[in-house]
Design a protein around this ligand. Structure first.
Ligand SMILES: *[C@@H]1O[C@H](CO)[C@@H](O)[C@H](O)[C@H]1NC(C)=O
Ligand SMILES: *[C@@H]1O[C@H](CO)[C@@H](O)[C@H](O)[C@H]1NC(C)=O
Length: 498
């Protein structure tokens, strides 16, 4: 009886589903035909005169193979509408493989703020907060280097400083967005009117400030890093822009785990660009509001990627073995692995052994270990990716860049810290991975590696563009929080007057 009485409702449901499908398909068809015939670009925003917007339907990584001078339209690649309304900044945030891409035509014009995924207002902070830290001196009153002359662009100091140089690449990219003649993807653009901005960028090179200026010089009582942070807090607290949102729509780069140590609490409402959350309380930094950016890798890889057979070492690790905090695991693993014949597990910083040697070691190894150190993340993971050495991540608290877009399990192996410490576990696991499976991961590494490259000028899909995209995905939730906070704001003054 029960079965029978179900029949009519099931039939009805089926009918509704089918008719919904028909309705939606015809709607989509209608839109597409009207789009191709009458109004190119106005609704879909796909075919623009100077900027092309398209979705690469195959994979995230193919973009590198695309030529720079693209034809004007990509009707076959259209996947999703792009609207230019302010409320629809975030495109394609949750999809895995489809990547929205905004490319500039070869015309070398600057980007149209109405057609980008992120409009950024950048404070004109004095040079001592940014390029001044690189030893750059402009003319009197000059705040930013003149990018139209490439030889004028100051370079970021080398060595290990480079790991945290995203503050520099992001700032340069914003500057170049308003510099005619620089060819770059139109993902983010600098706007001069703050009320048109999605996000407010604070151009402080905080990692460099920490690396270069946290020691006292001469008769100084307070180091320059502390002074700059305190000046920055003063500056921001007095800005209307900060007061209006409580700082929520501000973007601050603090990639070195020790950067912004003094100011981070006061500025904790802002969106941070970080390496991980290891030295932050969950209140001040968390995935809801902050962005994880890759380290800039330090190994330099020349030539072709070496296949499985030509990588004699099974497992590679080189680094400091005795670390504080979470790093005890390195010591334990060292004792488990040091006597295995195809394992390279040695003590030594990149300083001691030379970046070149580490690169060589990684390119001749099948697997590269990334073990929690005194912070959950390290640049070693990104060195491994650049070396196409399949990363083995043993760090329970690690956070990874753009994990909403990338599935790291396709090119990394994750091992729980507790498992890694079981005798034999790690090597049994790695020796058990078939050549074929390794090859798949190796191919994937080659596909995704460009997402971890910082470049100037920025290129489609590189780290700079990926970070802007990640920021743009946070914008709707920032707006929501700011709007909620400001519900009563318009008439607040009335109470005060009475
Ligand atoms: C498209 O570009 C051409 C040449 O640059 C220009 O003459 C034309 O006005 C532009 N059309 C629109 C709609 O911007
Ligand atoms: C800034 O943008 C807002 C909103 O678009 C506009 O009302 C205002 O006039 C603009 N201000 C300037 C100085 O252009």
């Amino acid at each position: 009886m029960l079965e029978k009485s179900m029949q009519p409702s099931r039939f009805l449901l089926c009918m509704i589903t089918v008719s919904m499908f028909v309705l939606i398909s015809s709607y989509v068809f209608l839109l597409q035909s009207s789009f191709s015939s009458s109004l190119p670009g106005s609704f879909f925003g796909i075919v623009l005169n100077k900027t092309s917007v398209y979705f690469n339907s195959n994979s995230v990584s193919r973009s590198d193979e695309l030529p720079n001078n693209l034809p004007l339209s990509f009707p076959t690649n259209i996947r999703k509408p792009k609207s230019s309304t302010q409320n629809n900044v975030c495109q394609d945030c949750s999809s895995n493989n489809d990547e929205m891409r905004l490319l500039q035509q070869g015309s070398k014009k600057t980007c149209d703020p109405n057609q980008v995924i992120l409009r950024v207002f950048m404070y004109d902070l004095p040079p001592q907060f940014h390029f001044g830290l690189l030893g750059w001196n402009g003319k009197i009153g000059q705040i930013w280097p003149d990018l139209s002359n490439p030889t004028d662009i100051p370079s970021y100091p080398g060595g290990l400083n480079v790991q945290h140089s995203m503050e520099y690449w992001l700032t340069l990219d914003l500057l170049s967005s308003s510099t005619p003649g620089v060819e770059r993807p139109c993902s983010a653009v600098r706007v001069n009117n703050v009320s048109q901005a999605d996000i407010i960028f604070v151009p402080f090179f905080s990692s460099l400030s920490y690396n270069r200026h946290s020691k006292l010089h001469g008769t100084e009582k307070v180091n320059m890093n502390k002074i700059l942070q305190s000046k920055l807090v003063q500056f921001l607290m007095h800005r209307d822009e900060w007061k209006r949102s409580g700082g929520k729509d501000h973007l601050i780069v603090a990639h070195h785990p020790n950067s912004m140590l003094d100011a981070r609490k006061k500025l904790g409402s802002a969106m941070f660009v970080l390496a991980d959350f290891g030295r932050y309380s969950a209140q001040i930094a968390n995935l809801d509001k902050d962005i994880i950016a890759p380290y800039k890798h330090v190994v330099r890889i020349g030539g072709n990627s070496v296949p499985f057979e030509e990588r004699p070492t099974l497992v590679y690790f080189q680094g400091a073995i005795y670390r504080k905090d979470g790093g005890v695991i390195r010591q334990k693993l060292y004792h488990l692995l040091k006597d295995e014949k195809d394992v390279h597990f040695t003590y030594g910083s990149v300083h001691d052994n030379g970046i070149g040697k580490v690169g060589q070691g990684m390119t001749s190894s099948k697997f590269c270990l990334n073990i929690a150190g005194d912070t959950p993340s390290s640049n070693r993971l990104f060195d491994a990716i650049a070396s196409h050495c399949v990363p083995v991540i043993i760090s329970d608290e690690i956070e990874l860049p753009y994990e909403d877009v990338l599935d790291y399990s396709e090119f990394c192996i994750f091992v729980r810290e507790s498992d890694a410490l079981k005798k034999g576990f790690l090597l049994d696991l790695l020796r058990g991975i078939k050549h074929q499976h390794w090859n798949k991961m190796w191919e994937k590494l080659k596909e995704v590696e460009h997402h971890f490259e910082y470049r100037y000028p920025s290129q489609p899909g590189d780290a700079v563009e990926m970070i802007w995209k990640a920021v743009s995905c946070k914008v709707p939730s920032i707006r929501l929080r700011v709007h909620r906070q400001n519900r009563f704001r318009p008439f607040e003054h009335i109470g005060k007057i009475i």
